[in-house]
Write a protein that binds this ligand. Structure first.
Ligand code: C2E
Ligand code: CA
Ligand code: CA
Ligand code: CA
Length: 275
């Protein structure tokens, strides 16, 4: 048993080491990547369930590494957050998203994901307001997506910043709704214009009656609070039909469209019709 424990300990230490090494490498590479312009944005269209017309987009970052190729955000956003690199990177994302969107023939909204660190370490209000001025994007076309983990700490300061952003004319969306803790109290306290139901609920809802009831309730809640609901991760016709039955206004997911380049986002069409 002693021997075993020793082995395991050793393995654990070695894998910790590897994880740490990997993070250091990602951090180093990230610093270089910002200067080398290795990032790109794709836009995933959102559609009205009633008409199946495009009604908005979400900007999603991609990293094209010269050696490792395409790297998904799941592999580098957390490192960028922990190292503070998300502040310059997030500013790059916002500037690029606004300057892309302003060129689209169809004036769709563009949603940009924000990390808590951008509220903590940078002047988010000034940054957003400057980028809007520089790019000329009307504030009504910009949506900022935040997650519940932003709302856990420094709530008063965050609340003031969100209110000021709303005053600029920008919309605030709560992303990944349902995956955090006190979602319902946050809805009353913070100035949300939109809720995005996390894709795990959408995936489970056609299999699990309890999840189905939760999704139906969130949609009804959105209606009574006058907050637009978008269902994320819609992959099947069955899910789309169920969401329509519940009166869900908007959908986003691979069923309708993958994330697409900026040059196509201004005339996005759904891949299928479920009407
Ligand atoms: P998210 O904000 O929840 O974005 C939606 C993710 O779901 C995207 O993954 C999108 O490609 C994926 N997705 C869309 N439709 C479907 C579907 O039907 N099925 C499934 N299984 N997935 C779908 P992506 O692009 O890999 O982004 C992952 C996460 O990385 C995002 O989750 C967001 O939290 C973060 N992220 C992406 N871009 C940025 C950014 O510019 N800044 C920050 N701070 N975070 C970002
Ligand atoms: Ca998002
Ligand atoms: Ca989400
Ligand atoms: Ca997320």
């Amino acid at each position: 048993a002693k021997y075993d424990g020793g082995q395991r300990m050793c393995f654990f230490e070695r894998s910790m080491d590897k994880a740490l090494q990997r993070r250091r490498m990602v951090e180093h590479e990230l610093r270089l990547a910002i200067g080398r312009d290795e990032f790109d944005l794709l836009y995933q269209p959102q559609f009205s369930l009633e008409t199946e017309e495009a009604c908005g987009t979400e900007a999603l970052i991609r990293w094209h590494h010269p050696v490792h190729g395409k790297i998904a955000p799941a592999h580098f956003i957390s490192v960028a957050e922990e190292t503070g690199l998300i502040v310059p990177l997030g500013e790059w994302v916002l500037r690029r998203a606004c300057s892309d969107a302003v060129k689209w023939e169809n004036p769709l909204t563009v949603a940009v994901n924000l990390s808590p660190a951008q509220f903590r370490d940078g002047d988010i209000v000034e940054m957003v307001s400057n980028v809007l001025k520089e790019t000329g994007l009307p504030p009504e076309r910009l949506e900022l997506e935040i997650t519940e983990n932003l709302l856990i700490n420094d709530t008063e300061e965050v609340l003031q910043k969100l209110k000021t952003l709303r005053k600029l004319g920008v919309a605030i969306a709560m992303d990944d709704f349902g995956t955090g803790f006190s979602s319902l109290s946050y809805l009353a306290r913070f100035p949300f214009s939109k809720i995005k139901i996390d894709r795990h609920f959408i995936q489970m809802m056609t299999k699990d009656p309890a999840v189905k009831a939760i999704v139906r309730t969130i949609i009804a809640l959105g209606k009574s609070l006058d907050i637009t609901i978008t269902a994320e991760g819609v992959e099947t016709v069955e899910q789309a039909r169920m969401l329509r039955e519940f009166g869900c206004p908007k959908v986003q997911g691979f069923l309708y469209s993958q994330p697409i380049p900026a040059s196509e986002a201004g005339h996005a069409k759904p891949k299928v019709s479920t009407l």
